[in-house]
Design a protein. Structure first.
Length: 505
């Protein structure tokens, strides 16, 4: 703390003389000092603010104070007398808000004036546009946005966002962060980033390689999802919280996506499905040598645990293709979610099972019951786990991971591991060669499309299919039009035979 200046002896004598004439002695002065000190402490406890240019003792904190512009008192530079540093600071008044205060990082007066005037123009510009006076960069924006989105995580999809959705959002922002860093704009204030950068972003993603599927570019639909999330961050967070104005929001553009009535991911034919199920029942699958992720034989014989894992995956496919459940719904299902339908006949109860998708595991946020002929598959699945000395109680997941490090915990399989096994099965069964010739890509989610298509092809009412699979009639009509056309071929072609006969006459 800077010590007070020495008192002039002449002034001191004059003050003492005046006090003596008023009948005030030294003891009275000391008492007054104590009273003032007590008053200051009381005000501080009561929340009474001291003048803006004073420290707790009432002394001014502004040294070498100088207004930035003649005739204007809303901004000035100064040296903070409370600190040991000698750098200048700028202070700008904001109506109805705390003042904007920032170090100018220089002890030089001339440099401080220039820097202060430039910063003043920037701050005033932001205030006039209705923005916050304190800027943030892209990294800070993404961090704030992620924290805000994390507050909305909920086990029920429609009451917030799920952990999976939050993870997807973070992955989308990860691409934006990589792009911003590449452009060396990561530390640039968001209002100073050229808006044209938004147009470059989707084109840049097209040049990037996927981490999980090397050699395959991002689809236009995925790129549009990334762009939409980043654009949402700017509008619903940065703009809404006045970190930026509309004119400074990046100009994002979406890529063209061909509209198709059929679902984007193809499905297996009935013949191909039968080939796979026949292969997975054989020792060629269950007891064949261990292979690499590319399907190459390593020469190593499978352990009993590996054989059990293969059998578990076999039953995953059987149940998945029978129910049409989403992958996430099936992996989060427990043995307590499986039960007999009390309204079924005794014969139906031997074949059918109700499988409940709980609200917190459903994409729609609504619970539902799936009806499927899965009783035999579930009984065999339970036998596999019991052979591994793993219980199948109500709280246990249907597809628990039996690995030695996870066996004791109630840990379900994850999609990446099952996807790798599916890839190996497609290769080893010979089905992958047929898929390659037709340009089809079979993934875990294909189980859902297969189940819906087969039910439609076999004449199940579209409303019943939608109800069982947790989707809408409109979605099925838009995405499974080929199956619907084939299903209604006889009705559509009514009268055509008589027309043909007339033409031949």
């Amino acid at each position: 703390m800077v010590p007070p200046p020495p008192l002039d002896p002449d002034k001191a004598g004059a003050i003492l003389g005046a006090l003596k004439e008023l009948g005030v002695n030294a003891a009275d002065v000391l008492a007054l000092k104590e009273d003032l000190s007590l008053l200051a402490k009381t005000k501080k406890k009561a929340g009474v603010l001291l003048p803006l240019d004073a420290d707790p003792s009432g002394r001014s904190v502004y040294g070498e104070k100088e207004f930035l512009f003649p005739g204007f008192t809303d901004a000035f530079i100064y040296k903070n007398l409370k600190t040991q540093g000698k750098n200048y600071y700028i202070r700008v008044k904001e109506k109805g808000k705390p003042p904007f205060v920032k170090s100018l990082d220089t002890p030089n007066r001339e440099q401080a004036v220039v820097a202060g005037r430039m910063l003043y123009q920037e701050v005033k510009g932001k205030i006039s546009r209705g923005e916050r006076s304190r800027s943030i960069n892209s990294l800070q924006l993404m961090q704030k946005y992620r924290e805000k989105q994390a507050e909305n995580i909920s086990p029920l999809p429609k009451e917030g966002i799920t952990k999976e959705t939050y993870g997807n959002k973070c992955a989308y922002l990860g691409l934006w962060e990589r792009f911003i860093r590449l452009k060396k704009l990561d530390k640039t204030k968001i209002e100073q980033i050229p808006t044209e950068v938004g147009k470059e972003f989707p084109k840049w993603i097209q040049t990037q390689e996927k981490k999980a599927h090397k050699g395959k570019p991002y689809s236009n639909a995925y790129i549009n999802a990334v762009v939409s999330e980043v654009n949402y961050m700017y509008h619903k967070y940065a703009l809404a919280n006045k970190y930026i104005s509309q004119q400074n929001v990046p100009q994002f553009e979406r890529l063209r996506v061909q509209k198709r009535g059929e679902h984007r991911r193809n499905i297996l034919s009935v013949e191909e499905w039968n080939t796979i199920t026949t292969f997975m029942r054989s020792n060629k699958y269950l007891k064949s040598n261990v292979t690499t992720s590319a399907g190459e034989d390593t020469g190593g014989e499978p352990t009993l645990l590996e054989i059990a894992k293969r059998d578990i995956f076999r039953h995953y496919l059987l149940i998945g293709y029978s129910t049409g459940a989403r992958v996430g719904e099936l992996l989060k299902m427990t043995w307590g979610d499986v039960y007999v339908n009390p309204l079924d006949s005794a014969e139906a109860q031997r074949e059918n099972r109700l499988m409940k998708v709980r609200a917190e595991n459903s994409k729609t946020g609504k619970s539902r019951e799936i009806v499927a002929k899965t009783a035999r598959y579930l009984e065999r699945l339970q036998e596999i786990y019991e052979g591994l000395e793993m219980d199948c109680k109500h709280q246990h997941y249907l597809f628990r991971n039996p690995s030695s490090t996870k066996k004791e915990g109630n840990i379900p399989y994850q999609q990446p591991g099952l996807s790798r096994r599916l890839k190996q099965v497609l290769i080893q069964s010979g089905v992958q060669k047929k898929l390659d010739t037709t340009g089809r890509n079979i993934v875990l989610y294909s189980q859902r499309h297969f189940a819906i298509t087969m039910r439609l092809m076999n004449g199940v009412d579209i409303y019943d299919v939608a109800l069982n699979c947790g989707t809408s009639v409109n979605y099925i009509e838009n995405n499974y039009s080929n199956a619907l056309a084939r299903m209604k071929a006889d009705e559509i072609s009514k009268g055509m035979s008589s027309l043909k006969a007339k033409k031949q006459q």
